[in-house]
Design a binder for this molecule. Structure first.
Ligand SMILES: Cc1cc2nc3c(=O)[nH]c(=O)nc-3n(C[C@H](O)[C@H](O)[C@H](O)COP(=O)(O)OP(=O)(O)OC[C@H]3O[C@@H](n4cnc5c(N)ncnc54)[C@H](O)[C@@H]3O)c2cc1C
Length: 161
């Protein structure tokens, strides 16, 4: 276990700090914890929602959410993977949401997910498979990679500011 000593310093004293002396082997990962979102997805006007297609970098959705003044939500796939907490799950066993705009990134559109979208005004879906069920319910379908979409839209928004 990593041990340390707390030393009270007078204002004039310098900190004698030697990071090279901390042996790597003495550091051990004790636990990990999921980020807890402190907002209610049922209050959001813009939701950037990620599914199985965004598992490898789900955190990137926050870039688009920030750029569009929205919040991040998810399909159950993301919750079951332990990437986000149940509070942001959309669907039958999650929440029914009411945004003006729902951007579904890498979400297939299982019936249990669609159940949570009955009050959504507009859906944009981004999917590598244009035949994914969610595409037939969407106002706009972007066929392609979710992460590439985020990069391009965020850049465009920054350029237009
Ligand atoms: C009793 C019960 C209750 C349930 N409740 C819910 C619920 O409340 N909410 C819910 O969501 N699910 C729920 N489910 C689970 C549901 O059946 C599906 O398993 C789940 O919704 C699938 O999530 P997904 O579409 O995100 O993932 P996947 O099925 O893995 O789909 C991933 C999609 O991403 C696309 N994709 C892959 N890579 C990329 C990429 N790089 N860029 C863009 N697209 C890509 C794929 O083409 C695919 O369409 C429930 C199931 C049961 C049995």
């Amino acid at each position: 276990m990593f041990s340390y000593e707390v030393v009270m310093l007078k204002e004039t004293e310098k900190i004698d700090y030697h990071p090279e002396k901390i042996r790597k082997s003495s550091l051990k990962l004790l636990d990990t914890c999921k980020k807890v979102e402190r907002y209610d997805i049922t209050d959001s006007e813009v939701l950037i929602s990620g599914g199985g297609g965004t598992i490898k970098d789900f955190g990137k959705l926050e870039l688009l959410a920030d750029a569009l003044h929205g919040q991040v939500s998810a399909s159950r796939k993301i919750i079951d993977q332990g990437i986000a907490t149940r509070g942001i799950q959309v669907g039958q066993s999650g929440k029914t949401v009411n945004p003006k705009l729902y951007i579904a990134l890498g979400i297939n559109g299982a019936i249990q997910h669609i159940e949570g979208l009955k009050n959504v005004e507009h859906i944009i879906s981004v999917n590598t498979n244009r035949d994914a069920p969610i595409c037939s319910l969407s106002d706009l379908v972007v066929e392609g990679d979710a992460f590439e979409f985020i990069d391009k839209i965020v850049l465009k928004i920054k350029q237009n500011k």
